[in-house]
Design a protein around this ligand. Structure first.
Ligand code: GDP
Length: 303
C-alpha cells in the first residue's frame, strides 16, 4: 500500500542528500517528485496542491543544518531530516486530527448505520464492527436492511452465526420500517448496539439517497459511517463528499487497504469533507479492522 507515494518521498529525500544548505530551487525540485507521486496515488488534485504549498512554505529558509542536544550528545540534524519532519507533520495534519470514537446513546441502544456503494465491503465491515463491540463486552444486534440483494441478507446471517450475534430481518418490509422494528427488537432483547447494514448501489443515485435519508429520520442513528473501497481512488473521495452532503456523516471506514490500493483516498477524504476516517479494513476476515492512525500512515509513507 502507498508504495507510489513512498517512492516519491524517497526520490525527494535523495535530492537533498549531502546538502548543508537548501535553496528554494532544490526544495521545488524535491517537491516535484512528491507532487507526481501523490497524483499517481490518486490523491485529489487540490489536496496535493495545498500539501505541496504548505511544505514549501515551511521548508524554504528553515531547512538548514543544525545541531541539537540529545542524550547521546550533540547530534547533527541535516536539511534532509528537517524536510522529512516537515513532510511527516503535514501528512499527519492532512489526515488528522484523529477521532476513532463512536457516539454512545445514553438512553437506549447505540445505533450505527452503515452506508456505502455495493461491493465497498459494507456487509463485511458491519460484521467486523459487531466483532469489535463484542470484544468491548457489548451485545450487538445486526440488522439486514439490504432487501434488494437476498445474498446480502444471507451473507450477514452467516457472519452473525460466526460471531454468535443475532441478525434481525423481516421479509416484505420497506427498509425504514424494518429498521424501526429492529430498534424495538433491540430494546426487547436488551441488545446495546444496533448495526444497520443498508443497501448499496453501483453508483450514488436518488432512490438510494432517499431511502437512506428515510432510515436516518426513522431510527435517528447515533453514528452514520460510510464504507469506502480504497481501490476506487478518486471516486471514493467524490462518493464520500456526496454521501456526506446528503446524510451528514460521522465518519468513514476505508476498506481493502491490504490490497494493492493506491491509498490516495486516505490522504484526501479528511481534507475534502472535514470528517474523520475512523477505521481501516485490512483484510476479508472479521478481525481485520484497525483504528485509523494518521501518524502510523505518515510513517509508513515516509519509510
Ligand atoms: P457490500 O456489497 O458493500 O456489502 O460488500 P461486501 O461486504 O460483500 O464485500 C465485498 C467484497 O470485498 C467481499 O469479497 C469481501 O470479502 C471483500 N472485502 C471487504 N472488506 C475487505 C478488506 O478490508 N480487505 C479485503 N481484501 N477485502 C475486503
Amino acid at each position: 500500500m502507498l508504495e507510489t507515494v513512498a517512492k516519491g518521498f524517497k526520490a525527494a529525500r535523495n535530492k537533498l542528500k549531502g546538502r548543508t544548505e537548501i535553496t528554494p530551487e532544490v526544495v521545488d525540485d524535491a517537491l516535484r517528485d512528491i507532487r507526481v507521486s501523490l497524483l499517481e496515488a490518486d490523491v485529489a488534485f487540490d489536496v496535493v496542491k495545498r500539501f505541496v504549498a504548505r511544505v514549501r512554505e515551511k521548508a524554504v529558509g528553515e531547512v538548514v543544518e543544525t545541531k541539537v542536544e540529545t542524550k547521546k550528545g550533540l547530534v547533527k540534524v541535516t536539511p534532509q531530516d528537517h524536510f522529512i519532519k516537515i513532510c511527516h507533520d503535514e501528512l499527519e495534519a492532512l489526515m488528522g486530527p484523529v477521532d476513532t470514537s463512536l457516539k454512545v446513546n445514553g438512553r437506549g441502544a447505540t445505533g450505527v448505520m452503515m452506508v456505502g456503494l455495493q461491493g465497498s465491503g459494507k456487509t463485511t465491515t458491519a460484521g467486523k464492527l459487531a466483532n469489535r463491540f463484542l470484544k468491548d463486552g457489548k451485545k450487538p444486534l445486526l440488522v439486514a436492511a439490504d432487501i434488494y440483494r437476498p445474498a446480502a441478507v444471507d451473507q450477514l446471517k452467516v457472519l452473525g452465526q460466526q460471531l454468535d450475534v443475532p441478525v434481525f430481518h423481516q421479509a416484505g418490509l420497506a427498509p425504514p420500517e424494518l429498521c424501526r422494528r429492529a430498534m424495538e427488537e433491540a430494546a426487547r432483547t436488551k441488545r446495546d448496539v444496533v448495526i444497520y447494514d443498508t443497501a448499496g448501489r453501483l453508483a450514488v443515485d436518488e432512490p438510494l439517497m432517499q431511502e437512506l435519508e428515510d432510515i436516518k429520520k426513522t431510527v435517528a442513528p447515533d453514528n452514520i459511517l460510510l464504507v469506502c473501497d480504497a481501490m476506487i481512488g478518486q471516486d471514493a473521495v467524490r462518493t464520500a463528499a456526496e454521501f456526506d452532503r446528503r446524510l451528514a456523516l460521522d465518519g468513514f471506514i476505508l476498506t481493502k487497504l491490504d490490497g494493492d490500493a493506491r491509498g490516495g483516498a486516505a490522504l484526501s477524504i479528511k481534507e475534502v469533507t472535514g470528517k474523520p476516517i475512523k477505521f481501516l479494513g485490512m483484510g476479508e476476515t472479521l478481525d481485520r479492522l484497525e483504528e485509523f492512525r494518521p501518524d502510523g500512515l505518515a510513517s509508513r509513507i515516509l519509510g
